[in-house]
Design a protein around this ligand. Sequence first.
Ligand SMILES: Nc1ncnc2c1ncn2[C@@H]1O[C@H](COP(=O)(O)OP(=O)(O)OP(=O)(O)O)[C@@H](O)[C@H]1O
Ligand SMILES: [Mg+2]
Length: 322
Amino acid sequence: MNDPLLQIRDLSVHFRTGNGTAEVLRHVSLDLARGRLVGVVGESGSGKSTLAATLLRLLPPNLARLDGAITFEGRNLLTLPPAETEALRGTRFAMIFQDPMTALNPVFTIGNQLVEFQRAKQPSASRADLRARAVRMLARVGIADPARRLDDYPHEFSGGMRQRVMIAAALLTEADLLIADEPTTALDPTIEAQIVALMRELHAEIGSTMMLISHSLGLVSQLCDDVVVLYAGTVVETGPMAEIFRNPLHPYTRALIACEIGHDVARGDRLASIPGEVPDVTRVPPGCIFAGRCPDVVPACREAVPELRAFGPDRRAACSRL
Ligand SMILES: Nc1ncnc2c1ncn2[C@@H]1O[C@H](COP(=O)(O)OP(=O)(O)OP(=O)(O)O)[C@@H](O)[C@H]1O
Ligand SMILES: [Mg+2]
């Protein structure tokens, strides 16, 4: 993994809450390799969306602490002036949200918005050219009769179609990094499968770096080259998806995979769950963050935080018992 697009080093993000400081991300270090499709997986509350928000510098006002470095083209994104980080959003980094209505403005037509999404990078292009590109991209993501649909408003599209419009919008920015936060969670399984196939196809064609955030390891495994497993704000394992599926190292990754395999859609099961609960991040216990739920725990696990160590060239895991 030479020359990563982004290098995250020792990133910690803490928020002020009514219950004290929430340590939402703790000492996160990872590289996003160029052109790869990277999955970030973890249960609800593990800090996935906060990681995306930090990359885009869209952090809430109750931020208490922001430490570490995110290096992009030799510069630390965490210390750039706000105007520069704003300039990066929508040109170098683009985001696909779970609910496209958070990104699409209900009072403007899809056409107007798709033109505006392209403006930052193409300030002098004619409106007709940008509309023509938008029509081609809408066709590409599977919107029928795209030239006519350009004059429709977001609410005139179904949920699945709006998600396609959002993907088209993100692709039109030609960003170097596309972050998709739970892009299919609001969709039914058939539409989800179509969107996953579409994202895979577009990624193969466009070759930009993509970060797919999901609580579903199954979804991530269908789509991603690499995976980052987050647990309560800590990276517990990273590496190529296929290798991790074949040989998960961290007990949490093993538990996630076991849930995925035990999950039988035909029987109508929802996801089997891991016994115990995610720890309260306002009261982070000493030692390994997973110790409270780990089937392999020994007393030493509750003393020191295990380091994220290398196991082969591209694999790392944070468990002192490995
Ligand atoms: N602005 C905030 N202030 C205080 N706590 C927050 C804030 N935003 C997030 N958190 C807390 O940080 C933790 C991580 O939240 P985050 O939304 O990043 O998790 P997630 O992995 O994206 O979860 P989900 O799968 O539910 O989307 C949670 O415990 C959440 O309650
Ligand atoms: Mg989230």
